[in-house]
Design a protein around this ligand. Structure first.
Ligand SMILES: Nc1nc2c(ncn2[C@@H]2O[C@H](COP(=O)(O)OP(=O)(O)O)[C@@H](O)[C@H]2O)c(=O)[nH]1
Ligand SMILES: [Mg+2]
Length: 197
């Protein structure tokens, strides 16, 4: 099992052209802005400010890379669907993201993070087809589970599972709370499997 606790910031890349050498496996985290992507990275690595988490959505517009160890990196992709970003900027980001996911040879898998209260939005579905077309591994993390009661949580997970199966997708779902640190071990186990095979 990979130890994620020594993860360090490596580099911020405004475009694919700035990416480091593809000499370590990468795992990318994607999701609508404000779903808690930065908070998930922080909880996984047991650090408070590794990925800047803030109440200001849409701040992360670059591909941020973090070194876990010499064989593994975590990648924080720009959050999608932030209304205050211009259409043009969103389009450019769409292109950078598409290129990263489709062409990055050392990308082992993508964690699609969704807010458990609003799963599978239109933009999530666009991201899903992008990742599916890339042939890379992917899984779903339903964050902010602490915002729902047990019944609604179970119901939501079942509903998402059903929809994924209907779309012929692997229904790998991790219920998660970055705030309460629930699901961290499950996530670490899944990522370790992707990296260590
Ligand atoms: N209740 C709750 N709030 C969360 C959780 N994860 C993130 N948040 C909050 O959601 C907001 C956005 O989080 P952030 O990590 O910056 O989201 P990002 O834009 O996807 O990187 C912040 O106010 C976080 O404190 C969670 O699991 N539970
Ligand atoms: Mg963020």
């Amino acid at each position: 099992m990979i130890n994620f606790r020594n993860t360090r910031f490596l580099k911020s890349c405004p475009s694919n052209r700035n990416l480091p050498l593809d000499d370590a496996a990468e795992i990318a985290f994607s999701g609508r802005s404000n779903v808690g992507k930065s908070s998930v990275l922080n909880s996984l690595t047991n650090q408070k400010k590794l990925a800047k988490s803030s109440g200001v959505p849409g701040k992360t517009r670059e591909i941020n890379l973090f070194t876990v160890n010499e064989k593994c990196r975590l990648v924080d992709l720009p959050g999608y669907g932030f209304a205050k970003v211009s259409k043009k900027e969103q389009e450019r980001w769409g292109q950078e993201m598409t290129r990263y996911i489709a062409e990055r040879t050392n990308l082992k898998g993508v964690i699609i993070i969704m807010d458990m209260r609003h799963p599978l939005t239109e933009l999530d579905r666009a991201m899903i087809s992008l990742v599916r077309d890339s042939g890379k591994a992917f899984a779903f993390l339903l964050n902010k589970s602490d915002k729902l009661g047990t019944n609604d949580r179970v119901k939501t997970i079942k509903k998402v599972e059903k929809e994924l199966i209907a779309m012929n997708l692997p229904a790998i779902i991790i219920p998660y709370s970055a705030e309460k640190k629930n699901g961290v071990d499950e996530l670490a186990k899944l990522l370790s499997g992707w990296i260590e095979g």
